[in-house]
Design a protein around this ligand. Structure first.
Ligand code: PRT
Ligand code: ZN
Length: 225
């Protein structure tokens, strides 16, 4: 891949983090226009290119040094980092700071009729999740044996569909759990969006631009507090 002198930032193309990620960059003085058909948006005033991708691809793009920065949910980053630890692969990125959006929690939930007393109540059960590594880490800490059912979407319907006894999924208001006859029993991870940097960022000019953006982000976030 050819080296670019322009700073590359990966953001979610469309989803819960997209608007806030673009708003944050704009409020830091990065001017750009989005063409919905295009993967890349070039900034008009700074040597910055935005890569608009699925959130799940962002940690890998940053760790592989394809982009310099990424805006991502800590839940997705942590899941990837635990996976890399398990495979004995290095995690080639650093978290620069947490952001004030995308707040949610990864929780265990069970059907309303399930009599839950404590985490041990889950012993031997099957849990549906999109976060197998974070679930495994929690269950190991608690000493609970379980089986998992990996689902990328519609996790909340798994118990009713007879695919699992409980779920481990993201929750923000709790409305989805309620609508599916489930209740939250344990929060296993608290998350918000964050900005991450590749450890492979090469040039001093790029690093200087990152420092400038980060200092602007600090200012923008502080002004809202
Ligand atoms: O297409 P792409 O792969 O990029 O998007 P995606 O569908 O994987 O992700 P998306 O856009 O749904 O979420 C992106 C990120 O937003 C997540 O990784 C979290 O960091 C953050 N986030 C914050 C959430 C939520 N809140 C959230 N509530 N992500 C998902 N949810 C879902 C949850 O999975 C469940 O289905 O919303 C439902 C629960 O919401 P409540 O309000 O009913 O509790
Ligand atoms: Zn995703």
């Amino acid at each position: 891949m050819s080296e670019s002198n322009r700073l590359r930032i990966a953001i979610q193309k469309s989803g819960r983090l997209s608007k806030e990620s673009m708003k944050l960059l704009r409020s830091c003085g990065v001017k750009f226009n989005i063409n919905e058909q295009r993967l890349i948006a070039h900034s008009d005033n700074l040597p910055i290119d935005l890569l608009r991708v699925r959130d799940d691809d962002i940690p890998g793009l940053v760790m592989d040094g394809v982009v310099d920065l990424g805006i991502i949910g800590e839940n997705v980053l942590e899941e990837e980092q635990v996976e890399r630890e398990r495979l004995d692969k290095p995690s080639l990125c650093i978290k620069l700071r947490e952001l004030d959006f995308g707040t949610c929690r990864l929780s265990l939930a069970v059907p309303n009729e399930f009599r839950y007393e404590n985490a041990q109540s889950l012993e031997g059960l099957r849990i549906a999740t999109s976060y197998p590594n974070l679930l495994r880490r929690y269950m190991k800490q608690k000493g609970i044996t379980y089986s998992d059912c990996m689902l990328k979407g519609s996790v909340e319907v798994a118990p009713r569909a007879g695919l699992a006894d409980g779920i481990c999924d993201l929750v923000s208001t709790g409305a989805t759990l309620e609508a599916n006859g489930l209740y939250e029993t344990e929060v296993i991870y608290r998350s918000s969006a964050c900005i991450i940097q590749s450890t492979q960022t090469q040039t001093p000019a790029k690093q200087a631009l990152i420092d400038k953006i980060l200092s602007r982000i600090n200012g923008v976030v502080r002004a809202k507090e």
